[in-house]
Design a protein around this ligand. Sequence first.
Ligand code: DAH
Length: 339
Amino acid sequence: MLDKIANLKAEIEALAASTPQEVEALRIKYLSKKGEVSALMADFRNVAADRKKEVGMAINALKMLATDKINSLKAATEQADTLDDTLDLSRSASPVALGTRHPLSLVRDEIVNIFSRLGFTVAEGPEIEDDWHVFSSLNFAEDHPARDMQDTFFIGRNPDVLLRTHTSSVQSRVMEHTQPPIRIVCPGRVYRNEAISARAHCFFHQVEALYVDKNVSFADLKQTLLYFAREMFGPDTAIRLRPSYFPFTEPSAEMDISCNLCGGKGCGFCKHTGWVEILGCGMVDPNVLDACGIDSKVYSGFALGMGIERIANLKYRVNDLRLFSENDVRFLKEFTHAH
Ligand code: DAH
C-alpha cells in the first residue's frame, strides 16, 4: 500500500494543466468521493493494526499534497484565463516617437555658443518686469513711445508691473549687482502688444549681449559683430553698420549682413539691396552705466540685441513667424537633421 501511495505522490507532483476545466478533471480524478484518495481511504480498513499509524499518516500527507497542487493549478489557470487573448505578448513594444529640437532653441544655442567662444557667459532675467529695468534705467525718456500702452503689456492696473519688451532689461539687472569686467549673453522671450501676422507676433525671442570693461571701444564692437556674422552665416558674410538711435546706446547702429539668399546681388528677400538687417547695437550710454552703479568715467561698454526669429528666418528661410509657435509637427520635423 505504501508503494501505491508513493506512486500517486510522484504522479500528483508532476500534474500540469492549462485550463480551469483540466484542473477540475484532475480534482475529480484524485479528490472526489470516487477519486484515488478516497479509494485509499477505503482500502485503509484492510491495513494491519500495527501499520495503521504509518499508512494513515502517508494517506493524509498525500491528500494535503493533492489539495495544494490542485489549488495552485486552479489559481494559475484562472489567472491566465483573465488575460485578454487578443493581447499578443510576444509583440515588440510600440516605438516611441522622438521629438525634435525646436528651431528657435537650435538658433539660440548657436548664438550663445558663438558668444561663449569669446568669453561671454549666459545671464537670464525675469519676463515679468518693472519699469525701471525695462525702461528707466536704460535711459528711456518719460514720454518715450516704447512705453506706450500700444507696445507694452501691463499686468493689472499697476503701471510698474509689465512684460519685458526686450532682453535689454537683463543688462541693467546684471550691472546693478556686478562690477566690470562684464561679458554676458542674455537669451529670452519678450512680449509686445502687436497684432499677430506672418511678420509680427505678440511674443518673440531675443539675445542681448553686453560687454563692459575699461577701454572698450567701438572697434571692439565691430570686430565682435564681424566674428558673430561669419560664424553664424558663413565666412564670406560681409557686414555693414548704419547709424541708428536707441536710448541706451550712444552712438547706436544697426547691422546688416550681405544677403545670404542672393549673395549680395539683390533679390526679393533683401528688397534688391543686397543687405538684410539683423541687429541693433551701440556703445552703452554713460547714463545707463551710472544708473546701474557703474562709474562711466572709468568704464565703457558695448551692447547689442537681436531677434532669434529673424536669425532663424535667415538661416532656415521660414517666412511665416506663426510657424514657430504653432507646434505643427510637420514643421518641427523639418529640423530633425539641423545640427
Ligand atoms: N533692445 C532693442 C530692441 O528690442 C535691441 C537692441 C538694440 C539691444 C541696440 C541693444 C542695443 O543692446 O545696443 O529692439
